[in-house]
Structures are given as structure tokens and as C-alpha cells.
Design a protein around this ligand. Structure first.
Ligand code: VG1
Ligand code: CO
Length: 558
């Protein structure tokens, strides 16, 4: 077990995006590519605490996870790390890994996933460094990882170290005189135990006896967790767990829980035989909630409904609720709940890493993103299964159906109609051109006083426009260029961003929101696409999206 120092040269583009470095598998398989990034992550993430450090490692089981896990062990050992805690076969959901780091007070961890991106030899892979609070490394660290990766000339490795990741147990090695421990742990045990302390399992179990529910793991990492919780603990039949055998290529599909990629679940729900369904992404941090007849809960509304009903969950009953947060493009529905409850509501850039400081400082307990991300301060990642358990707690407590719960919520707070249009894989050039055009618009003083009208005559007067910039209230760090915002006087918003999780080309995201408070509650049932049509027309026209990308229709509408 000797340590070798290997000469290497930098690779372009090892800049972590919204959530780690994501590229196609072939890129990670190039000699030295993953090694360089892992070494940069260790050096930037741990600095002078690298020697003697402890780390968690886990991934969503996608193709190349095992190889990458072995590499991390070898490189960590060579860098003087004293302990690696790793899920069996290298598997941990993203929320479970965050929990392991916190529970075992580790110094950090690597999460191996490209989340909702497809997997397999031709799919995507990803590596993300998380810090000791269990959350994704903040920008100061991800920027440093990138800097180091640009000038890296060598990495350290113990080439002959190979750990049997199939067998649970603690393995000790002598590396150059010092002890190195690898602990292979059960992938689901700690997480499931933790959920039992947060939620009232007895109440949920009793409620589920009168309900027909479905959970769709989309062949991602959540399957074993779902079976443990809902079959073993809650006594449901195996049939309620769909696609719950994790596959390295997710069955060739896009493990993204939305109306497009989880259409099979939507179709089943439309038959009307079930009361509730939830779907999760590849690494288990995203969730989609559906009610009877596939009634769709937008993630923005999901966040708001949970915010309004947290007190039925033991964890929040005990710890209280200080405040909420959402990512900037997420609708302001949760702000309305905060206002009425007299609580703080923060707005951060897209990406879970921006919630960490607020949670560590005790400012917020619940947060979410429009991209199917919901979570709380129990960990520092978003948490799909947690969200499903939270929803079941609220449903059990209220005795209402999903649809009625939403309807009653809108009746109190009004409805923030929301939609997101994604144009996946357009050329980087077209993406950049569109952002340039929009930047020119926001810099033009004339735009400020403009009124936008759609062909039907509905018009919107601009109240503010900018490129969103965030100053972290805790550490004062500033993040610029987080998305072009058009804010209108009536509370409507149009937001444009380029995705930071894609592996090739560009993905354009357009977020459109309109707030309505009706005297007649029946209006709340209108289709968001209908209500938002004028704003969508304005959004597409103003950005010249069709001309610049040649796309007639978005890839995904949420
Ligand atoms: C997307 C979402 C963002 C989310 C991120 C990671 O980023 O918009 O809200 O935090 O994915 O989610 P982007 O930059 O592509 O818009 V996951 O489930 O990949 O960890
Ligand atoms: Co994910």
C-alpha cells in the first residue's frame, strides 16, 4: 500500500455547476480526469484539515459510481485522510449522505451523481463535494476547486488499495505508517431511523390503511429506502413501489420526476384509482407530488402548503419554525404564508448550496425550489422522501384530499400561477446570444418604464428589472448573474436563466409567474397554462427565443 505521486495536466472546464461537476461518463473515464477533480476537491474542501480528515462517500448507483468510489478511497488514503464512511456498494441517496456527514460529524464528503440526468455508459456522471454541515460546498470552495483544477500538476494515490464495498464492516489499512479506515455501512439504516424521529410513523401508517398510494423511484436510488419505509415499516404492499430496483442506467430513461419524464406515473394516476403519488429523481433529492386523478402540485405550492402546515410534524413541533426560504425563480407562494405567519422568508439564487448558511444560522427551517426540491434543516440537501412523508403527515392531519388542501390554501392566500419552460440542449451560442440580448434590455433605461402587451391586449407594466445578485446575509459573500428578472407591477414575474447542471450545450429556463386573488374561489382551478398565456407570449417574444434557438416548443413544461 504505497503512496504514488502521479504527474498530471489540467483539464478544461472542471468548474462545478449548480450542483457539482457533471459531464458525460466518457469525460470522467479519461485517464486522470476524475483523479484531478477528486484531488482538487480534497485540497480545496479540506485545506490544512486534509490530514486526519474523515469523509462520507456515496452515490446514486449510476454507471461509473463504483469506479469513482474506489478512486476516491485511493486518493483520500494517499492524502492522509484517516477515515472514509461509504454506503454499501457505494450507494447513498444524496439526502442520506448529507445525514451521514452530520450524524457522524465527518469533515465532508463526495456525492457521486448527475441527479436527474440520464445515466449509463452514454449518460452523465457527476461528482460533488459537500462540507462538514452536510451541504454542497459554497461558491468560495467550488471556485477554489476550479482554480486548483486549472493548474494541477500532480495527485496522490494508493493504486493497490481496493476495498470490498459489497460487505458491511470496518476495514483498517496501514498506509505509509498511518492508519486508514474504511467503514462500509448499510445504505438505508441511518436515514430510515432518522425519518422515524422526524415524523410520527404511527399516524402516517394508520392513515395509509385507508389510502391507495404509489411511489415511483424511477429506477434511481430511492427504491430501497421506499421499500424499507413504506413496505417494511408501514406495511404497504410491494405494488405501491414502482421502479424500485436501482439500475445503473435508470432503464434508459431520464430519472426526473416531472410531468414529462414521469408520465407513466401520471397516466396511472389519471385512471383515478389512487389518492396520492410521489416520484423521486435519480439521487433522491427531488420529489413530485400528485393527488387523485393526477392532480399536480407545483413544487412552489408544495413548499407553501408545507410551510402553512408544519406544526403537525413532530420535528417542527419540538424545534419551532423560524423562517422559510426559496430560490429566486420559485414562486412567491411561500412568501404569502410567511407574511401571514409573521415569519422571515429569504430569496436565494438557484441551487441548494445557498440555503446552508441560513440553516446553520438558525434563520430558516424549511426551504424549496421550483425544480421539485423541498427540504428542511434536518439535513443540508433537499430531500425527496422527506417531502413525501411531510405531505402524508399534512394529509393525515387535515383529513383532506390533495386537491382540497390546495384549494383551501389558495382561498386563504391567493394563487401564484407558475410555469417553467425548459429548452434542453440548444446550442451554447444561442443560449449566450439570448442572455446577451436580455442583458442589453435590462441595461437600456427605456425598458424600465415599458408596458408589455400581448396580442389579446392584456398588459403588464414593468416595476423592476435586473440580473439577480445575492448577498449572503450570514457571510456577506456576493453571487452575481443569477438570472434576468422582469418584475411587473401586479406581482407577475418573468425570469430567464441558463441551466448549470447540463453536460453539453445549453438549457434555457424561462420561469413565468402571475399572482391572482379571486373573489370567486372556483377560478383557482383554472389551468396555469391558460392563465399565464399572455405572460408566456411576452416572455418568448421579448427574448426572441424562437428566432435564436429555432425551437418552436419547449422540451419540458412544468
Ligand atoms: C437545477 C435546478 C436547481 C437545482 C439543481 C440541482 O439547476 O434548476 O433548482 O438545485 O438543478 O438539482 P439548473 O442550474 O440546471 O437550473 V439536482 O436534483 O441535480 O441535485
Ligand atoms: Co437530484
Amino acid at each position: 500500500n504505497t503512496i504514488e505521486t502521479i504527474a498530471t495536466a489540467p483539464f478544461d472546464g472542471q468548474k462545478p455547476g449548480t450542483s457539482g461537476l457533471r459531464k458525460s461518463v466518457g469525460v470522467f473515464q479519461q485517464p486522470h480526469y476524475s483523479e484531478n477533480f477528486i484531488q482538487s476537491g480534497l485540497t480545496a474542501g479540506l485545506g490544512d484539515k486534509l490530514k486526519g480528515a474523515s469523509l462520507a462517500v456515496g452515490g446514486d448507483g449510476r454507471f461509473f459510481c463504483k469506479e469513482a468510489a474506489q478512486l476516491i478511497i485511493k486518493i483520500a488514503a494517499a492524502n492522509g485522510v484517516s477515515k472514509v464512511v461509504i454506503g454499501q456498494n457505494g450507494i447513498l441517496s444524496t439526502p442520506a449522505c448529507s445525514h451521514i456527514i452530520r450524524k457522524r460529524q465527518l469533515c465532508g464528503g463526495f456525492i457521486l451523481t448527475a441527479s436527474h440526468n440520464p445515466g449509463g455508459p452514454k449518460g452523465d456522471f457527476g461528482i460533488k463535494y459537500n462540507i462538514e454541515n452536510g451541504g454542497p460546498a459554497p461558491e468560495a470552495i467550488t471556485n477554489e476547486i476550479y482554480e486548483i483544477s486549472k493548474s494541477i500538476s500532480e495527485y496522490k494515490i494508493v493504486p493497490n488499495l481496493k476495498v470490498d464495498l459489497e460487505k458491511l464492516g470496518t476495514y483498517k489499512y496501514k498506509i505509509c505508517g498511518s492508519e486508514f479506515t474504511v467503514e462500509v455501512i448499510d445504505s438505508t439504516a441511518d436515514y430510515v431511523e432518522f425519518m422515524k424521529t422526524i415524523f410520527d410513523f404511527t399516524t402516517i401508517k394508520k392513515y395509509l390503511q385507508s389510502q391507495k398510494v404509489l411511489f415511483n423511484a424511477m429506477s434511481g436510488v430511492t427504491g430501497p429506502y421506499l421499500r424499507k419505509i413504506f413496505v417494511e415499516e408501514m406495511g404497504l404492499s410491494h405494488d405501491c413501489c414502482l421502479n424500485c430496483d436501482p439500475l445503473p442506467d435508470f432503464g434508459g430513461k431520464h430519472p426526473d420526476p416531472n410531468l414529462t419524464y414521469a408520465k407513466d406515473l401520471v397516466d396511472i394516476m389519471e385512471e383515478g384509482k389512487h389518492d396520492f403519488a410521489a416520484a423521486f429523481d435519480g439521487d433522491g433529492d427531488r420529489n413530485m407530488i400528485l393527488g387523485h386523478k393526477a392532480f399536480f402540485v407545483t413544487p412552489c405550492d408544495s413548499l407553501a402548503v408545507l410551510a402553512a402546515n408544519l406544526d403537525c410534524i413532530p420535528y417542527f413541533k419540538e424545534n419551532g419554525v423560524k423562517g422559510f426560504a426559496r430560490s429566486m425563480p420559485t414562486s412567491e407562494a411561500v412568501d404569502k404564508v410567511a407574511q401571514l405567519a409573521g415569519k422571515e422568508c429569504y430569496q436565494v439564487p438557484t441551487g441548494w448550496k445557498f440555503f446552508g448558511n441560513l440553516m446553520d444560522a438558525g434563520k430558516i427551517n424549511l426551504c424549496g425550489e421550483e425544480s421539485f426540491g423541498t427540504g428542511s434543516d434536518h439535513i443540508r440537501e433537499k430531500d425527496g422522501i422527506w417531502a413525501a412523508l411531510a405531505w402524508l403527515s399534512v394529509l393525515a392531519n387535515s383529513g383532506k384530499s390533495v386537491k382540497d388542501l390546495l384549494f383551501d390554501h389558495w382561498t386563504v392566500y391567493g394563487r401564484n400561477f407558475f410555469t417553467r419552460y425548459d429548452y434542453e440542449n440548444v446550442s451554447s451560442d444561442a443560449g449566450d446570444k439570448m442572455m446577451e440580448l436580455l442583458t442589453k434590455l435590462i441595461e437600456d433605461p427605456k425598458t424600465k418604464s415599458m408596458t408589455f402587451s400581448d396580442p389579446t391586449g392584456k398588459s403588464y407594466k414593468m416595476s423592476h428589472l435586473d440580473n439577480f445578485e445575492y448577498k449572503d446575509p450570514i457571510d456577506g459573500s456576493i453571487s452575481k448573474n443569477q438570472g434576468i428578472r422582469f418584475l411587473f407591477e401586479d406581482g407577475s414575474r418573468i425570469i430567464y436563466r441558463l441551466s448549470g447542471t447540463g453536460s453539453s450545450g445549453a438549457t434555457i429556463r424561462i420561469y413565468v409567474e402571475g399572482y391572482e386573488k379571486y373573489a370567486n374561489p372556483q377560478f383557482y382551478y383554472q389551468d396555469a397554462q391558460e392563465v399565464l398565456k399572455p405572460l408566456v407570449t411576452i416572455a418568448l417574444r421579448t427574448s426572441k427565443l424562437k428566432e435564436l434557438t429555432g425551437r418552436e416548443e419547449p422540451t419540458v413544461i412544468t
